[in-house]
Design a protein around this ligand. Structure first.
Ligand code: C2O
Ligand code: CU
Ligand code: CU
Length: 525
């Protein structure tokens, strides 16, 4: 076997990193992970064996579990945003950014009905923001581009939490630098719990049968450094890379009990769209989307997640079979040109994920069932108590149309081309829409040259139709990001205020598109 040797320094760094993670990783598992060729990430790495044996040979590190930060009135979200280094591969370490840790941040948990103080100290060496993606808070505390704060200073808003239990996230949002800062690691998961909602009946033991999965793709050079060059195709198609990270570990392996396990999946990639599914084709259930629980669990075999989307799924491991989570390739390319195959892959950002299953899909991670542990939850409820009721927002009082495209005459991309919405690239000094608080609007989002994940700050929306047809049940819940290819009709309702000094944003969540100007600003008053 092609063993990777770690020098003593890298070994120590791995130990230090690994010791911070509470989860399934025993020291022995971590050690076997380090010695595994998975860290080499060579295209010749053939991945793991199938279902019959535990996939130990090439599975990589144990899944890291991010630390949890329980925040509330007396327990602020106090984090230092830092610049750091981290070794993701055995080849060496790379420079990173993180909230309170070298890469990514803790999972922040807050309760509905509370006011949560925040103190983010910026020690990164550059201006950052902290945007609460999916959180219904006013523009002045939303952490958008106008709330940038310099290195050496602290940003201290107070967040009034009032929305259904849901899995959200947070990330930096400096105009023109969101893509590179999120790529470096300035992102984390944010969970809202609702103490007043009846228990859903879903698995909820953190780290055991309720597990966060933050999925990203990255590229590394021969010294283990991130390769991130946001120009040319990496702007047109968005940055897509060949190495999959889950919670900051390359194609990790998680130990799960022999029962139902809930995963909170966040696509925190800059541009990659995943089509998740299991190698054995097993069915699983989606129970939540961006805005919270669905009314009932939906049986699926595939889950599409565009950048910034979240889904909660429940997977049944009670038969003891190990499982490999895969994804189909992302063929979302500008103008649909060379959509498939090798050229498509190259056009889609230069590199295809290297570890493939027999059916051609690439590996995301593996699940090893610990048969000595049963699941606490044996059966999914037919209806999910605590799911937000269908909103009674009433008929839209006005319509707006937003066309996401590349246009002539912009500044963002050279050659006289720009990315924008309705023919204009984002300007910090221009308000593109003014909305009234308490009103419902119909937003028509048009996206003809490729699929763009459209996101709106400060609220959630319902997807009424996509290309004239109703959407699948799992997309009927409250959403804040929706992948539009063609035309989508969104019913949006605005309850929080945002003034001209700190307006809300709407934008494509392919971060390179956003930075290139595919974003607009709106006020709510
Ligand atoms: Cu996830 Cu405007 O952001
Ligand atoms: Cu957002
Ligand atoms: Cu886009």
């Amino acid at each position: 076997m092609n063993q990777v040797r770690l020098n003593p320094r890298d070994r120590r760094r791995f130990l230090i990193e690994a010791s911070k993670f509470g989860v399934a990783a025993s020291a022995a598992e971590l050690l076997s992970g380090w010695a595994s060729p998975a860290f080499a990430q060579r295209p010749t790495d053939r991945g793991a064996p199938g279902d019959s044996a535990p996939p130990t040979g090439t599975g990589g590190l144990s899944l890291p579990l991010p630390p949890v930060l329980m925040a509330g009135p007396g327990a602020p979200i106090a984090l230092d945003a830092i610049q750091a280094t981290q070794a993701f591969t055995a080849a060496g370490s790379t420079s990173t950014m993180g909230f309170g840790q070298p890469y990514l941040g803790p999972v922040i948990r807050v309760k509905r009905g509370t006011s949560v103080p925040v103190a983010i100290r910026n020690r990164t060496g550059e201006a950052i923001t902290t945007h609460w993606h999916g959180l219904h808070v006013e523009g002045r505390v939303d952490g958008g581009p106008h709330s940038a704060f310099d290195s050496g200073s602290t940003w201290s808003p107070t967040l009034d939490i009032d929305q259904p239990a849901s899995t959200l996230w947070y990330h930096s949002h400096v105009h023109g630098r969101t893509a590179s800062q999120v790529h470096a690691g300035l992102a984390g998961m944010l969970i809202i719990d609702d103490p007043d909602a009846p228990p859903s009946g879903l698995p909820q033991t953190w780290g055991v049968d309720d597990i966060p999965l933050i999925v990203q793709d990255r590229a590394f050079d021969g010294q283990g450094r991130f390769v991130y060059r946001p120009f040319g195709p990496a702007v047109m198609q968005g940055f897509k890379a060949d190495t999959i990270l889950v919670n900051g570990a390359i194609r990790p392996r998680a130990s799960v009990p022999a029962g139902l396990v809930r995963f909170r999946v966040l696509n925190a990639s800059n541009a990659r769209i995943y089509q998740f599914g299991f190698e054995d084709g097993r069915r699983f259930h989606q129970v939540a989307s961006d805005g919270g629980l669905l009314q009932r669990p939906v049986a699926v075999t595939a889950l599409q997640l565009a950048p910034a989307e979240r889904a909660e799924i429940v997977v049944d491991f009670s038969d003891g079979r190990h499982a490999r989570l895969l994804s189909a390739d992302d063929n979302n390319t500008f103008m649909g040109g060379m959509g498939r195959g090798m050229m498509g892959g190259m056009m889609a950002g230069g590199a295809l994920p290297g570890v493939r299953a027999a059916d051609g899909r690439f590996e995301v991670m593996q699940f090893v069932v610990d048969r000595s542990r049963g699941g606490a939850v044996r059966e999914l409820p037919a209806h999910l108590a605590g799911a937000p009721a269908r909103p009674a927002w009433g008929e839209p009082v006005r319509q707006r149309r937003f066309e996401l495209s590349v246009h002539a005459g912009g500044m963002g991309m050279g050659m006289g081309m720009g990315m924008g919405i309705n023919g204009q690239s984002m300007s910090m000094n221009r308000i593109d829409a003014e909305v009234r608080v308490g009103q419902t609007e119909l937003w028509r989002i048009v996206s003809n040259d490729m699929a763009h994940p459209f996101h709106i700050h400060g609220t959630h929306f319902e997807v009424l139709s996509h290309n004239g047809r109703p959407v699948a049940f799992e997309t009927t819940g409250l959403k804040d990001t929706f992948l539009v290819q063609g035309e989508a009709e969104l019913r949006v309702h605005f309850e929080r205020k945002a003034d001209r000094r700190t307006p809300y944003m709407y934008h494509c969540h392919i971060l390179e598109h956003e930075d290139a100007g595919m974003m607009g600003q709106f006020t709510v008053s």
